[in-house]
Design a protein around this ligand. Sequence first.
Ligand SMILES: [Zn+2]
Length: 191
Amino acid sequence: MIKNLKTWKTIIQFIITVLTAIISSFFVQSCMGKKSTPSLPATLYSVSQSPRPMKDVRYLVVHCTATRPSQHVTVADVDRWHRARHFCMIGYHWLIDRDGNIQPGRPEQYAGAHVKHFNDHAIGICYEGGVAEDGKTPMDTRTEAQKTALEHLLQVLHAQYPKATLHGHREFANKACPSFDCHEYDYVFDS
Ligand SMILES: [Zn+2]
């Protein structure tokens, strides 16, 4: 009887091991599947504007929030600032926070409010930071996480809008924004 019990125990342990292996391989596969199809988080906002034809997107424009490295800024903050300026909602489509989180702002199918005269044809990408602690000197304050997140976001947007070109806000206006040369990411657009 004891011997029998031991045999059963061994058999059950074997079954558990096999099942665990099958289940974990399934999870590994689904994670890998996720990685190969990059996706971005869905926006939380609804807009009253009329949508634009997405084939009209020609420019991916990079901005900074022009905030100090020690200041934490969320999409909700920028949304509040922009509404105070009588925009219908946040003017950027994407915000990359200091931790490298890609936060959705205005849905892409709606023209943004971030690059005067070009909004109908642009996607606005903004990173948290861009000025020194004095609050005014332009400075590339991007963290490593932000650099990686920006590369990832540009890869996804390039796949989505293959004809759109990359620009810093300062190419369209007499401003320092985004406080670095975004053409360091031109390699993303070579493929
Ligand atoms: Zn800007």
